[in-house]
Design a protein around this ligand. Structure first.
Ligand code: GLP
Length: 260
C-alpha cells in the first residue's frame, strides 16, 4: 500500500480529485467506484467544482456504488443512491442511467447480488474505487469477520456501525439492520483502490488496516494484498502509524507524485 499523509482534510480532497480526474481523462469509458459516508465529501465537492469549470467530465463514465441499505424507501435521503446523487452525480455531467448500485427493491437477495456482480463484470471492472473506513475497520459494509474472499451479498450491520451511522437518521431505530455490499474480493477487483480517512477517530482503524495483521477482524487490512492501493490520510488520521516518517519520505521523494 502506498500511504500518503497530507496536512489537512482539504488536501486529501484535492489529491483524491486528482486521481479520479486523471482516470476520467486517460481511461476510455472510465468506471469510478463511489463511496458514501462523510470521508469522500470533500473530494466530491472538489470534483463538482472542477466539472463546473470544465476541467473534468463524467460524460463518458459509469459510476458504481459499493453498498446500499435494505429496507429504506428509494426516495429516503439516506438511501445511498439518493446520497450519491445529491452529493455528486446530479451535480456533474454523469448520464443518470450510468449510475449503478445494488437494486434492493426485489426480494430475491441472492439473485440481485449476482446481478450486481454481473453488471460490474459487464462494465469491465472498476478503474478507481474510492473507499472510506469504518471505526471497526470495515470497507463498504464488510463488517469484522467478513470473508476476505467475499462477493456482493447481504450483511447485517454491527451495533457499532448502526450507532455510528445514526447521526444521519432521526433516531437509532431508523438505521437499517441489513445492507447489500460489494464483498472484499469484489472491491479488490478494482484496478486502483483509493482509501481516504481524516480525523483522529480514524487513527486506530487506519493503523490496524495499514500496519496490523491481515485479518478478517479488520476487513480493510485485505487491501495489504492489493497490487495498487493508496491510502490518503490527514495528520490526525495518521497519528497512530508507526512508519509515518517512512511514508512521508517515500511520498516526498517520488519523482512524479501525481502518479499515485
Ligand atoms: C459507512 C459506509 C462506508 C464508509 C463508512 C465510514 O459505513 N458504508 O463506505 O466508509 O460509513 O463513514 P464516514 O466516512 O462517515 O466515517
Amino acid at each position: 500500500m502506498e500511504v500518503v499523509i497530507v496536512p489537512a482534510p482539504d488536501d486529501a480532497a484535492v489529491l483524491v480529485a486528482d486521481v479520479i480526474g486523471r482516470a476520467l481523462a486517460t481511461v476510455e469509458a472510465t468506471v469510478i467506484g463511489l463511496a458514501t459516508g462523510s470521508s469522500p465529501l470533500g473530494a466530491y465537492r472538489e470534483l463538482v467544482a472542477r466539472c463546473r469549470r470544465g476541467e473534468i467530465s463524467f460524460a463518458a463514465a459509469d459510476a458504481v456504488l459499493l453498498d446500499e441499505y435494505l429496507g429504506l424507501p428509494a426516495e429516503h435521503p439516506e438511501a445511498y443512491r439518493t446520497f450519491i446523487r445529491r452529493e455528486l452525480t446530479d451535480l456533474v455531467d454523469l448520464d443518470p442511467t450510468r449510475l449503478h448500485g445494488p437494486e434492493v427493491t426485489c426480494g430475491d437477495v441472492p439473485a440481485l447480488c449476482a446481478r450486481y456482480e454481473a453488471l460490474l463484470a459487464r462494465l469491465g471492472g472498476v478503474d478507481v474505487q474510492l473507499l472510506g473506513i469504518g471505526a471497526d475497520g470495515h470497507i463498504g459494509f464488510n463488517e469484522p469477520g467478513s470473508s476476505l474472499g467475499s462477493r456482493t451479498r447481504l450483511k447485517t450491520l454491527t451495533a457499532e456501525t448502526r450507532r455510528d451511522n445514526a447521526r444521519f437518521f432521526a433516531s437509532l431505530d431508523e438505521v437499517p439492520h441489513h445492507v447489500i455490499t460489494q464483498g472484499l474480493a469484489t472491491i479488490g477487483d478494482a484496478r486502483h483502490v483509493l482509501l481516504v480517512a481524516t480525523g483522529a477517530a480514524k487513527a486506530g482503524p487506519i493503523a490496524r488496516a495499514v500496519e496490523g495483521p491481515l485479518t478478517a477482524m479488520c476487513p480493510a487490512s485485505v487491501l495489504q494484498l492489493h497490487p495498487h492501493a493508496t491510502v490518503v490520510v490527514d495528520e490526525a488520521a495518521a497519528a497512530h502509524l508507526q512508519h509515518a516518517a517512512y511514508y512521508r519520505s517515500v511520498y516526498a521523494g517520488k519523482p512524479d507524485w501525481q502518479a499515485l
